[in-house]
Ligand binder design. Structure first.
Ligand code: CO
Length: 167
C-alpha cells in the first residue's frame, strides 16, 4: 500500500464527474486500500477517488472516534433524503478552510462493496453529512460550491490572499 498525494483546489480535476466502476479487480482493491490509508494519515473522515486523481465513483468514510469503522462505497447513490441541517465542513483538498453550508439531515444510500455486492445504508448526523460531501466530489462539486454567493466571495478572497502569501 502507498499514500497517494492529494489533489488540491483549484485543480480542475476536482470539477470533473467521475465514472461508474465496472471492474471489481485488484486495481479497485488497491485503490480502496490506498484511499483509506491516505484518508487516515491526513486525519480526514472521508475521501473520494478524484481527490487522489482517480475519476471513479469510489469513496471511503470513517466518522468513528477511533477510526475503526471504515465504510467503502463504490458507485454510491442517494435514494432517499430528509430534513436539513447546518453543516460546518472542511475538505482535505482545501486545507485550512472551514465554513457552514446546508446538508440533508438523513439519507439512504445504495452502493456496492469491493466485491460488487449491493448494500443499503441509512445514515444521519455526521455520517450522512460526510457521505453527501464525498458523493458531491464524485459529481465534481466541492463544499465551497454550495456556499451562499457572499460566503463564496469571501472564500475566493481568502484563497487568493493565501496563494499570494505563498509566492
Ligand atoms: Co472533500
Amino acid at each position: 500500500m502507498a499514500l497517494r498525494p492529494l489533489v488540491l483546489y483549484p485543480d480542475p480535476l476536482l470539477k470533473e464527474r467521475s465514472v461508474e466502476v465496472t471492474e471489481f479487480d485488484e486495481g479497485l482493491f488497491t485503490l480502496l486500500d490506498e484511499m483509506a490509508e491516505t484518508m487516515y494519515s491526513s486525519r480526514g473522515i472521508g475521501l473520494a477517488a478524484p481527490q487522489i486523481g482517480v475519476l471513479r465513483r469510489v469513496a471511503v468514510v470513517d466518522v468513528s472516534p477511533d477510526g475503526d469503522e471504515l465504510i467503502e462505497l463504490v458507485n454510491p447513490v442517494i435514494v432517499a433524503e430528509s430534513g436539513k441541517v447546518p453543516s460546518e465542513e472542511g475538505c482535505l483538498s482545501i486545507p485550512d478552510y472551514r465554513d457552514t453550508i446546508e446538508r440533508k439531515a438523513a439519507i439512504k444510500v445504495h452502493a456496492v462493496d469491493r466485491n460488487s455486492r449491493a448494500f443499503e445504508l441509512e445514515a444521519d448526523d455526521l455520517l450522512a453529512i460526510c457521505i453527501q460531501h464525498e458523493i458531491d466530489h464524485l459529481d465534481g462539486v466541492l463544499f465551497v460550491d454550495r456556499l451562499s454567493r457572499l460566503k463564496r466571495e469571501f472564500f475566493k478572497r481568502w484563497f487568493r490572499k493565501r496563494s499570494e502569501g505563498r509566492e
